[in-house]
Design a protein around this ligand. Structure first.
Ligand code: DGL
Length: 284
């Protein structure tokens, strides 16, 4: 597949034309949770435009097979390429765990997942090398976090746990609720007892529960997620491939969903303070 030239001349209002690549960064998630990654990208790379696709018609991915998640991810990637994406960010832990190699192998653009950046954040944060990971069933079952963590530091001890009840609670907007606290406690107590000092929030929805988790775990456990490190990885990738957006002007954010938005969009919108504009509806 051929894409437009990555280096486009841009009139910056001065005498010398600035050059840059104004094509958007394509970002996708199984739903709205990946907007946590978009929020970090917007903060770090305000000049970059972003086209975000949330596959709300088929969410959740967390209980689906690897073959299905790979097929969905490739379909979405084709849509993003149709939007001229210059690089693709898989803002979903489940899709990163199950489909990243397939995407990297088959797509004509670079692809960044969220697992490795999350593992990097954990290895940088831990003092006792005892790391907990929470995520969807599919993410935990894949062992992707263990592989990434051990590749960064073979001495780390890891306790990983699937937390399938968290995504529905978050989507319901129960970010601050005694029921959510109970569920969190049930999931996290064994990890605390195991002596972790760092917890990876291995699902793009979970940063929305950060205040509740931090309150429950206190200050002995550092919470890390992929969002900031993922945004930094994209920044580095764009700079090293001369694909950075033109310096003048603000990047735009286009959000598209595969099913009409529900109340969760408002939850994410309020929690992340993103300007979402008009939401497009796209079929895959
Ligand atoms: N966004 C997904 C992830 O990060 C969680 C939701 C789902 O199960 O699809 O794993």
């Amino acid at each position: 597949m051929s894409l437009p030239s990555p280096s486009l001349p841009v009139d910056n209002g001065g005498n010398t034309p600035a050059r840059g690549d104004a094509r958007p960064i394509g970002v996708f998630d199984s739903g709205i949770g990946g907007l946590t990654v978009v929020s970090a990208l917007r903060r770090l790379l305000p000049n970059e435009s972003i086209y975000y696709l949330g596959d709300t018609a088929r969410v959740p991915y967390g209980g689906k097979s690897a073959a299905t998640v790979q097929r969905y991810s490739l379909e979405i990637a084709q849509l993003l390429l149709g939007e001229q994406a210059k690089t693709i960010v898989v803002a979903c832990n489940t899709a990163s765990a199950l489909a990243l190699p397939a995407l990297q192998e088959r797509l004509p653009v670079t692809v960044t997942g969220v697992i490795f950046p999350g593992a990097q954040a954990a290895v940088a944060a831990t003092r006792n090398r005892h790391i907990g990971v929470i995520g969807t069933r599919a993410t935990i079952k894949s062992g992707a976090y263990e592989r990434a963590l051990l590749s960064l530091d073979p001495r780390v001890q890891i306790i990983a746990r699937a937390c399938p009840l968290l995504v529905p609670l978050i989507e319901e907007g129960w970010l601050e609720s005694p029921i959510t606290d109970q569920v969190l406690l049930q999931y996290l107590e064994p990890m605390l007892a195991d002596g972790i000092d760092t917890l990876v929030l291995g699902c793009t929805h979970y940063p929305l529960l950060r205040p509740a988790i931090a309150r429950l775990l206190g200050d002995t456990v550092t919470l890390v997620d992929s969002t900031e490190n993922c945004a930094r990885a994209v920044q580095h990738l764009l700079a090293s491939s001369a694909q950075t957006a033109p310096p003048a002007g603000e990047g735009s954010l286009q959000v598209a969903l595969t099913d009409p938005p529900d109340a969760f969009l408002n939850v994410a919108h309020e929690a992340l303070q993103l300007q979402l504009g008009e939401i497009q509806l796209r079929a895959l």
